[in-house]
Structure formats: C-alpha cells, structure tokens
Write a protein that binds this ligand. Sequence first.
Ligand SMILES: NC(=O)c1ccc[n+]([C@@H]2O[C@H](COP(=O)([O-])OP(=O)(O)OC[C@H]3O[C@@H](n4cnc5c(N)ncnc54)[C@H](OP(=O)(O)O)[C@@H]3O)[C@@H](O)[C@H]2O)c1
Length: 267
Amino acid sequence: MTKLAFLGAGNMNTGIIKGLLASHTVSAEMMTLTASTQERSKAKAEVLGVNYAESNEALIQQADVVILGAKPQVLMTLLPTIDTSLWQNKLIISIAAGLTIEQLRQMTLPEAKIVRIMPNMNISLQKSVSGIAYSTNITQTEKTLVTHLFEAIGSTYVLDEKDFVTLTAIAGCSPAFTALYVDGLSRAAVAQGLPLDTSREIVIDAMIGTLLNLKENHLAPWDLINQVCSPGGTTIQGVASLEKDQLTTTLFNAVNATIRRDEELSQ
Ligand SMILES: NC(=O)c1ccc[n+]([C@@H]2O[C@H](COP(=O)([O-])OP(=O)(O)OC[C@H]3O[C@@H](n4cnc5c(N)ncnc54)[C@H](OP(=O)(O)O)[C@@H]3O)[C@@H](O)[C@H]2O)c1
C-alpha cells in the first residue's frame, strides 16, 4: 500500500485528504501530515483522522509519495534545508503555484521524480480541475497512481508544463471569474425588482443546468446559443448586446492580464 505524506495541511492538502477519504481511494492510516508546528500538525491530523509526523524529515522518511502543499515561498525556504538523501526513491507531487519541475529538482534532488499539479479551489467539493505535468523519469505505474489519486478530487488533464500558466488562468482563476458573472447577472435582476437571494439562486441553478447540458450532451457553445436564440426572440437581443459590449474580448483581456501577472511574479 502506498504511504502518502502531506507537507502542509491548509485548504488544498486538507481538500485532497478529505477527497481521498470520502471516495475510499486511500485509507486514513496510509496518510500522514505536517503543518507549521507540531501542535498544529497534531490538531489538523485529529480533525481529519489521519496521522501526523513530528517533523517534515520524519514525514518524508516514512512515505512513498510526498505532496508538497505549503505556500511556494515557504517551500523555497524549507526544501533546501532538508537532507537531499531523504528524497531518494520518493515520488514528489507539488501543488505549489509557480514552482517549476526544474526549480523543485534544484531544491530536492537533481534526478528527483517530480509531478507538478495545479488543482483549483473546488477541491473541497471533489470538483477540482487539476493540470498535471511529469518530469521525464516518471514511470507509467506512477502516472497511473497519480491519476487515480487526483481523479478522486475531480478531473485531471496532462499538459506540457509551459501550458500551466494558461491552465491557471482558465481553471485556477475560474471560480473568481464565474462568481463575478453570477453576481453581475443577479444584480441585474435586482435592478428589475427581484430580491438578491432569489436572483442569485436562480442564476446559479440556471448556470449549473446549462453547464451540465454543454458537458453531458457534448454541445459546442454556439450550438447551445443557437438552440436558445429563437428567430425574432428575446435571447438573440441579449446575445447581440453582450457581443456589442465585447464580452469575448473582455474575457480574452482577463486571461491575458492573469498570464501577464503570473509572468511578473515568476521573474
Ligand atoms: N488556494 C488555491 O486556490 C490554490 C490553487 C492551486 C494551488 N495552490 C497551491 O497550494 C498550496 C497550498 O495552498 P493553500 O491555499 O492550501 O495554503 P494554506 O491554506 O495557507 O496552507 C498552507 C499549509 O502549509 C503549512 N505550513 C507552513 N509552514 C510549514 C512548514 N514549515 N512545514 C510544514 N507545513 C507548513 C501551513 O501550516 P498551518 O496550518 O500551521 O498554518 C498550512 O497548513 C500553495 O503552494 C498554493 O500555491 C493553491
């Protein structure tokens, strides 16, 4: 049985642990964590029902797979202090935003087996979208294990590492972009006299239904748009208005802006 070590027990690693437990993918006794202090590790482990280690070194030593889920700046300080021999024969999975496979190797072992994963915050609902990039020395068996683990918390997409920045813009930022859309449409309904709570619920339910329709019926967006826009009807007027106000261009600009910021931060 594979022993998983979680370095960091914040929102993301906790979400992964909960997802693995809820889906019966990994049992609690096979998972161990650390947080910023031993007391914090103990408290987090007790809540989740998993083990904790007394130190990060002890955590790594007893594991087959180490999931790096502390903040990137914490890992950049912490990883170089860990004895490199501890990383021998470990599969290292990093969910840290912006840290490349090459940087992670420099901070662990030059030949380390690294899997870089970019999940999004919907992990807590087991609805994450996770991009995966592998270092070249990962075996097929290890890839199967990684897919098995991360499909327990949502969907997975294997990508070139160079495409992670775009993935982050459309999947990582998506909860914020989508929430903004929900808010705008809900408040437009408030302007027409509906209470905010009601309009928000309506918008969310309508969106969930639409997204399921697109996904489960394998529809291209314009197929669905054409279905809803009856000749001389109301929807075509709304669609024309959105396009006149350059919704598509606005979305292109938002993605470009997030990518520009990502590039600034990684310099
Ligand atoms: N949040 C997102 O939407 C998102 C999306 C994709 C990727 N990520 C990446 O996921 C990682 C975790 O993000 P998060 O939102 O889960 O952060 P978080 O909630 O702040 O959790 C960070 C965890 O790291 C622990 N930690 C700090 N110093 C440590 C140390 N020296 N040794 C062991 N653990 C230590 C913290 O311990 P305490 O609990 O004691 O503070 C905490 O449990 C980040 O690298 C981030 O880039 C986040």
